[in-house]
Design a binder for this molecule. Structure first.
Ligand SMILES: [Zn+2]
Length: 408
């Protein structure tokens, strides 16, 4: 009975929830690696929202970061006290967003001017990660307003720096010793379109930059130089092919089932059309199935670069940006997996599937402690794309799942 009333109250707050999400989208929170000033402005707005709801305790754990003007990367932890402090329910979402990318590709609305269209809210960060942020806030808000004390203490954490390694975010909170083994940890930073996928495992990640060094020359006299741009492209494509052929394994527990190896960012080289570039920079993002050895892949890449150098006369430097070996997966029988399954069945009338994904999330840091953690949300996977959006229905329904978890 109580659950049904809570659900219908969440439904009733649909407009408020939409407004809150739009308010948050209007405040960009981009990390310094992407030329931003960090998350402070958004954290301040969020603190106002949380204070108005009346959480029992709101704490701040700022991490120092000299690269941003405020010198701090904020982390907020808000508590709603429950009947028991064992098996506390954590829902952890991130404040930071990725930059909009090419603005001309945003055809529905500008990245930081959210609009509602056909039941969706468009704007940068709408899906990643503010839809889940708002869902968790409204689950707690409704319980508070209805004077329902949750069975277990509910803790919402809002962290910085997720898009660039989490050193100033979740890792900072872990160092402060905030998490206990028996806590239930949900990181809703990935998911699928009907909320039927609970992520308990992830792939290893290897990000690197290929620096190709040739010799600059006048473009009309290419024999005087060595075109680093052409050689860089040739090497990148050849490497791409080699890695795909050498590491083809599939694991049906993962989505997608294979390792992903993608050339991504390309750095600008010369300013003029008539200069033969002497240096070329291209980046790769690789997500590797955990049964492959990341060090072996890295040494394969080095060897391939040496061969290419010998054949072309260019210098190829492989510069590692991130190399993280996937931690041991969360047990499929862990309490948090069991409870989330149950809650999804009740709210959605579907049978969830438990498995792995490619995108690294904050859950990995918990698995390393180890504390069991799951990743779950209902999304169309528009994160990091232009015209990113969140379905209002999904926010409402995910909020119901969170509320139910607090009451179970
Ligand atoms: Zn995210």
């Amino acid at each position: 009975m109580q659950t049904r009333e809570v659900f219908s109250e969440i439904e009733k707050q649909r407009n408020q929830l939409t407004q809150t999400l739009m308010e948050l989208i209007r405040i960009p929170a981009i990390g310094p690696e992407n030329g931003g000033e960090g998350e402070l402005a958004k954290a301040e707005k969020l603190t106002q929202i949380l204070t108005a709801i009346g959480f029992d305790k709101i704490e701040r754990y700022d991490a120092e970061d000299k690269r941003v003007q405020s010198k701090k990367r904020p982390n907020i932890v808000a508590y709603l006290n429950g009947e028991t402090d064992t098996e506390r329910l954590w829902i952890i979402t991130h404040l930071d967003i990725v930059p909009p990318g090419e603005e001309s590709m945003w055809t529905v609305t500008k990245p930081f001017e959210p609009i509602i269209k056909e039941g969706r809210i468009y704007g940068r960060g709408s899906e990643d990660n503010m839809q889940s942020m708002v869902a968790s806030i409204f689950a707690a808000k409704v319980l508070k307003e209805m004077h329902i004390k949750p069975k277990r203490t509910m803790i919402l954490a809002f962290v910085s720096d997720e898009e660039h390694g989490s050193e100033h975010g979740i890792q900072h909170l872990i160092k402060k010793g905030l998490f206990k083994k028996e806590d239930l940890i949900i990181v809703p930073d990935s998911g699928n379109e009907n909320g039927s996928f609970i992520e308990i495992a992830e792939k290893s990640a290897y990000w690197f930059r290929i620096r190709t060094i040739g010799k600059q020359a006048h473009a009309s006299r290419p024999h005087m130089g060595l075109n680093a741009h052409r050689l860089g492209m040739e090497f990148a494509l050849a490497l791409d092919k080699m890695l795909h052929e050498k590491y083809p394994a599939k694991d049906p527990c993962f989505d997608p089932p294979e390792s992903t190896i993608e050339p991504t960012k390309k750095e600008k080289n010369v300013d003029a059309v008539n200069i033969l570039p002497g240096e070329d920079l291209v980046y790769f993002d690789c997500r590797i199935l955990p049964n492959y050895d990341l060090d072996k892949i890295a040494s394969d890449i080095q060897r391939y670069a040496k061969e290419f150098e010998n054949n072309t006369g260019a210098i190829i430097k492989i510069e590692s940006l991130q190399k993280s070996v996937a931690p041991t997966p969360t047990d499929a029988n862990a309490r948090v997996v069991h409870m989330l399954r149950e809650a999804i069945r009740k709210v959605r009338q579907i049978e969830p599937k438990v498995g792995g994904i490619g995108g690294g999330t904050c859950a990995a840091f918990f698995r390393k402690i180890p504390v069991p953690a799951v990743v779950w949300s209902t999304i169309d996977e528009t994160a990091h794309q232009s015209n990113e959006y969140a379905h209002i229905d999904n926010i409402v329904n995910d909020a119901k799942v969170y509320a139910l978890l607090a009451l179970m």
